[in-house]
Design a protein around this ligand. Structure first.
Ligand code: PMT
Length: 221
């Protein structure tokens, strides 16, 4: 059985991928299944934490004993995270959040017009939730964890991202069309703002999740 080292703690985990609607039938999205975030939620609950799981467009069963908050877009995810973070000891952002959304939402389905090239899709920036919660921690001592999904220069990009976002820990994993997204396994390096580097070998997403909670628990105590 897991050690109950998160008893009395409230942790917030985001999972899945945001969808940014273009019109009533189309969206810009990504390949996240939510499995890594759900593994984090399950393992935190097993270690005794009260868990709020903010789930963006997942189709996984609700983990037992976990409070699940479904969301769609990055803006909705932000509202849910900021609300739940207010009394949280730790926030782990495993969700794949769209950096941009369509500037205009068409109330009716966008039609193709004969003999005309399609209109380009204009995008605007979404809020950076991880940077926002890292910069204005809701509570002293709150531990903030981000994930970095990289396709190349994985560690160098991860280190730069950790600085830019200002979080305590950043889990750097490599992603691709058939890599990490949707699979049962992951491998990563967890970078600490204190300069620490914790490699996690290829294995179940639960194993990476438990390493994240080990590092969080050490920072909470
Ligand atoms: O869901 P699975 O299929 O199991 O796949 C798991 C995963 C690959 C989605 C997961 O392990 C992962 O890497 N999640 C983070 C994906 C991501 O959005 O990475 P990023 O490098 O674009 O963003 C960095 C961090 O900032 C993330 O913690 C992200 O949640 C956060 N972010 C990003 C953009 C934004 N506008 N707001 C944010 O808070």
């Amino acid at each position: 059985a897991a050690e109950p080292d998160l008893v009395g703690r409230h942790v917030v985990v985001s999972a899945g991928g945001t969808r940014e609607p273009l019109d009533p039938v189309r969206f810009l999205g990504n390949r996240s299944s939510g499995k890594q975030g759900y593994a984090l939620a399950r393992t935190a609950a097993a270690r005794g934490a009260r868990v709020t799981l903010i789930a963006a467009n997942t189709s996984l069963p609700d983990p037992a004993g976990v409070d699940v908050v479904p969301v769609g877009t990055a803006v909705q995810l932000r509202e849910a995270v900021l609300g739940a973070a207010a009394d949280a000891d730790a926030v782990v952002m495993a969700a794949a959040v769209a950096d941009f959304r369509p500037a205009v939402y068409a109330a009716g389905k966008i039609k193709k017009k004969d003999d005309r090239d399609p209109e380009p899709v204009a995008l605007v920036r979404n809020p950076d939730i991880l940077a926002e919660i890292s910069g204005s921690r809701a509570r002293p001592g709150q531990v903030i964890v981000g994930f970095a999904a990289e396709t190349d220069e994985v560690l160098a990009n991860g280190r730069a991202k950790l600085k830019r976002k200002g979080c305590d820990l950043l889990v750097v994993n490599e992603v691709g069309e058939r890599r990490t997204f949707g699979s049962e396994e992951n491998e990563a390096v967890v970078l600490g703002a204190d300069g620490s580097e914790t490699p996690v070998p290829h294995g179940p997403k639960e194993a990476l999740a438990d390493t994240v909670w080990d590092l969080v628990a050490a920072r909470l105590s």
